[in-house]
Design a protein. Structure first.
Length: 313
């Protein structure tokens, strides 16, 4: 695939994910309302919310520094860059070796770091609580993600996400391999947590949960951060689908295969949101100090995956 074509595909899928991200978060809200037997918002409410925020005046706390002002743009840029790196519509990473799993992990960490730092820099106590929770969840989730991705890299012989996706689609990394299915189970739960779902998070609880660091943001900055968080949810799901469920992705870069691949991808993401909605609405939210009990079990699955790889089983 030519460099210009790869770059065009990367840019195209990043823009696409950016545009459909509020649609999927809206779907999540609709499903939650239906499962609670209430009317709730419609599917396009998040688009209207973002548009209203973009039109409003931005207020910056007097004690905030450049970090507070730069955070929305850094978070959005890093999330878009990840969206360009992941093989979404093709089995090849659009940016080639730049779509390295190490780069993706570092960018995800960068998003969490600046989101928490921006909240702390605002000087708000609520934002500080949200930032602390954000970092705590990162410490619990990121080791699982990193370990599973490294197991896949060892099994495929490459840290290139495109190579991993191609070998998984070709059956060279069989699902009956213990290291694969254990890693897939651990990564699925980690993805569920990263998308801010109950019992680990409550995306609509503004003061102290997932969006706590956003407490002092307003106007365009708040719109960018909310849009970035919605995009991050879709990006994390896309990463899971790229490495574990690459079927339906285009093997060659052509208009028709890419269009079909795009439709399949959107259906897979919608399916993930439906399953997540059913799961999160069947349980209560955990207190933060109880979350490690679950995350350690998930990390145990990832560790078992690594042990099975070492044992050659």
């Amino acid at each position: 695939m030519a460099v210009s074509t790869s770059l065009l595909i990367g840019l195209g899928q990043a823009v696409l994910l950016l545009l459909v991200a509020p649609l999927f978060t809206g779907l999540s809200r609709v499903l939650r309302a239906k499962l609670h037997a209430r009317k709730g918002p419609d599917l396009f409410q998040d688009y209207r919310d973002l548009l209203k925020l973009l039109k409003r005046e931005e207020v910056v706390p007097t004690q905030a520094s450049w970090v507070f002002r730069a955070t929305p743009y850094i978070v959005m840029a890093a999330t878009l860059l990840i969206a360009m790196m992941i093989p979404v519509v093709t089995r090849q990473a659009p940016l080639g070796m730049a779509g390295d799993l190490l780069a993706v992990v570092y960018l995800l960490t960068l998003i969490r770091f600046f989101l928490s730092l921006g909240g702390l820099d605002s000087g708000s106590g609520f934002a500080g609580i949200g930032a602390s929770r954000e970092m705590a969840l990162g410490v619990l989730v990121e080791p699982t993600v990193i370990l599973v991705l490294f197991v896949l890299a060892f099994l495929s012989g490459s840290t290139d996400l495109g190579t991993i996706s191609q070998k998984m689609a070709a059956g060279e990394l069989p699902y009956d391999h213990p290291a694969i299915w254990l890693g897939m189970a651990a990564f699925a739960v980690a993805t569920f947590m990263e998308t801010g779902r109950i019992p680990f998070d409550l995306a609509e609880a503004e003061p102290e949960i997932q969006e706590g660091p956003l407490t002092e943001y307003s106007g365009r900055a708040l719109a960018l951060l909310k849009w970035s968080l919605a995009l991050k949810q879709v990006v994390v799901i896309a990463l899971f689908l790229a490495v574990f469920v690459p079927f339906g992705s285009a093997a060659v870069a052509g208009p028709v295969p890419i269009f079909v691949s795009l439709l399949v991808f959107l259906l897979k993401v919608a399916g993930f949101f439906v399953v997540a909605a059913l799961l999160e609405n069947s349980m209560a939210r955990l207190h933060l100090f109880k979350a490690p009990a679950v995350t350690w079990a998930v990390f145990g699955l990832a560790l078992l995956s690594f042990v099975f790889y070492l044992a050659g089983m």
